[in-house]
Design a protein around this ligand. Structure first.
Ligand SMILES: [Fe+2]
Ligand SMILES: [Fe+2]
Length: 292
């Protein structure tokens, strides 16, 4: 039995549903009661700081997107501008407030555009380059949102175990429920490009080289301190003991679409390598913010 074809109309309907069913979470809908702030702070400070920052960095993602995809399609624009960005900013604002409630400093957002983005952007007027960038944008989005789904699920469970049910039920739980729809958007969009054979073999080859040589996990931005911070999140959520399973979870789609599961590949090796590096850096350096 073949899989149903992904169509632009289908993706459009998906985005419309997200807009209807998931309005941005309002700060006044949240119960920020914390039973034991010291315990939450000690255990989850790196997790909350990292998540707040990455959620608030969506404005940079939009800038990157406009650099990379000047001729953005209507469905892409509708998703990131009308639906995704307002939802993510609300996640960031709520998490940042929680962090301040806990007596921690507010998030410091990184809004620079990395050189590699500028380079790709300089070539973005070439349709063939833009197609590669668009495909990588979907793959990055899928991996990132999958990480968000896992992180918020774990976080909810662990808060419940600590009896912190107010923030679990009104902060982390509601955020968690908005992430799978984002993942589905990127997954459908990337799948459609492969299914419709939009990319020529040389374009897929370039995409694989770029991924292999310049892969970075969400929020790390090629900055050592940020890589170490991600390690702190993995340790905080107790994912550091199962990195291969986690790599498979977040890299499965990319192994299938970009690498056609070459030689039985379950996830691209650079996923696990980047995760391991982050955990090692955290053990070595701890959780610190980059010097301004
Ligand atoms: Fe989010
Ligand atoms: Fe998201």
């Amino acid at each position: 039995m073949g899989q149903a074809l992904v169509t632009t109309t289908g993706i459009m309907e998906h985005v419309r549903r997200l807009e209807d069913e998931h309005p941005p979470i309002r700060l006044d809908s949240v119960d920020r009661t914390v039973v034991n702030p010291r315990v939450v702070r000690e255990r989850f400070a790196p997790v909350i700081d990292y998540l707040a920052r990455v959620e608030l960095e969506v404005d940079r993602n939009v800038l990157e997107l406009l650099t990379l995809l000047p001729g953005v399609s209507e469905v892409d624009r509708y998703f990131y501008q009308d639906v995704w960005q307002p939802q993510e900013v609300a996640h960031g604002v709520i998490l940042d407030r929680l962090q301040v409630d806990l007596g921690l400093p507010p998030a410091e957002v990184f809004l620079g555009i990395p050189m590699r983005m500028k380079l790709l952007g300089a070539l973005a007027h070439l349709p063939a380059v833009q197609e590669i960038s668009r495909f990588l944008y979907y793959l990055t989005g899928a991996a990132t949102e999958r990480q968000a789904v896992v992180a918020y699920s774990r976080f909810t469970t662990q808060l419940d175990q600590l009896g912190e049910t107010a923030i679990s039920r009104t902060v982390i739980g509601p955020i968690k429920r908005q992430e799978p729809g984002h993942y589905a958007f990127y997954q459908m969009s990337a799948t459609q490009m492969i299914q419709d054979e939009v990319l020529a073999p040389w374009q897929l080859f370039v995409a694989r080289v770029l991924r292999d040589k310049a892969f970075a996990l969400v929020g790390t931005n090629y900055v050592t301190e940020y890589q170490a911070q991600l390690g702190g999140v993995l340790v905080g959520l107790e994912l550091d003991g199962e990195l291969a399973r986690y790599a498979k979870d977040i890299g499965r789609l990319e192994a299938k679409l970009l690498w056609a599961n070459r030689k039985g590949m379950e996830f691209p090796p650079y996923f696990l390598k980047a995760l391991r590096q982050s955990v090692d850096l955290y053990r070595e350096k701890g959780f610190a913010r980059p010097a301004a």
